[in-house]
Design a protein around this ligand. Structure first.
Ligand code: UTP
Length: 305
């Protein structure tokens, strides 16, 4: 078993559910309150001790690289204006994570996107984090103060704890309504702890009546470097999407895959309503904007609001 030091973030998709906005803006750069979606996911990786980030990008996505880069002109302007807090924050973004970019030249699915990181990762174990899935690992006490429970760093940290014991593949799991199984990759297997499944089967988007369980994979994976060979076999130059589930199923069949029900609030920000849900959540719990957001919601709840 090797140590996981790198997270791959596929950000090359079209983001069609956010058209027309995504005609000019990467969906990963759409903001939740005051920072882009992708920043929440990189923060989760950093909180889990992973500082090397491989972005799988595409044409039109350079704003993501710019976001994580230094910006000397902006830093000088903030310094001159005496805006030291903002300056500190802007500088910190570039310090926390080391970004490497690779390109996916054709949008041929998640498996194909992950495959583009093969040369950077080599045969090391690595994490994959989808920037559409945002997890808030905080909990709140009765008067609304946020606290992070010991050991409950957002999903990836909890998965790494399991990986340290099991090695192999580790996926994040979430229970979904039975009627929705046809929207997700579904796992079934043996529960080896209240929050941990030894995965025996993975099925992509099964109809509710055929689903072997209602535990879906959320966009966090710990994968062995050996998965690249499986993904290559699936992608012999044919047109069509290369998905990751078939390769994962190989590890599951060998008894080398585990699923973790992570603690934390999960948001699917890959569609406008999910992004709004996450925006309200983070705004309501924001130290500066929380009160104004509550007042705004009260106003909208009133007739004619
Ligand atoms: P999605 O299917 O949710 O993203 O893929 P999408 O294709 O951009 O969105 P829609 O469905 O058109 O609205 C999950 C993640 O995988 C990346 C996406 O950027 C997203 O972060 N992805 C997807 C790639 O990097 N390459 C691909 O070929 C497909």
């Amino acid at each position: 078993m090797s140590t996981v030091r790198t997270a791959v973030l596929p950000v090359a998709g079209w983001g069609t559910r956010f058209l027309p906005a995504t005609k000019a803006i990467p969906k990963e750069m759409l903001p939740i309150v005051d920072r882009p979606c992708v920043a929440y996911v990189v923060a989760e990786a950093v909180a889990a001790g992973i500082h090397n980030i491989v972005l799988v990008t595409a044409r039109g996505k350079t704003a993501i690289e710019d976001y994580f880069d230094r910006s000397p002109a902006l830093e000088l302007a903030l310094e001159t204006a005496g805006k030291r807090d903002l300056l500190g924050e802007v500088v910190a973004i570039a310090r926390h994570a080391k970004i490497i970019s690779v390109r996916q030249q054709e949008q041929r699915g998640l498996g194909h996107a992950v495959l583009q990181a093969a040369e950077v990762i080599g045969d090391h174990d690595f994490a994959v984090m989808l920037p559409d899935d945002i997890v808030d690992g905080r909990t709140w006490d009765a008067v609304g103060n946020a606290k992070v429970e010991t050991g409950s760093s957002p999903a990836l940290g909890q998965m790494l704890d399991v990986y340290a014991e099991t090695g192999g593949v580790v996926v994040a799991l979430k229970e979904v309504p039975n009627a929705d199984t046809n929207r997700y990759g579904i796992c079934a297997g043996i529960w080896v702890a209240a929050d941990r499944m030894k995965v025996e089967r993975m099925v992509e988007k099964p109809k509710p009546e055929l689903a072997p369980s209602n535990f879906s994979i959320v966009g966090r994976y710990i994968l062995p470097g050996s998965i690249f060979a499986l993904l290559r076999e699936q992608a012999p130059g044919a047109i069509g999407e290369v998905q990751i589930t078939d390769a994962l199923a190989v590890y599951a069949a060998r008894g080398e895959a585990h699923g973790v029900i992570f603690k934390g609030r999960h948001f699917d920000t890959g569609n406008p309503v999910g992004l709004l849900d996450a925006s309200l959540h983070f705004a309501l719990h924001h130290p500066v904007y929380g009160e104004a957001t509550r007042a705004m919601l009260t106003k909208h709840g009133q007739p004619g609001g």
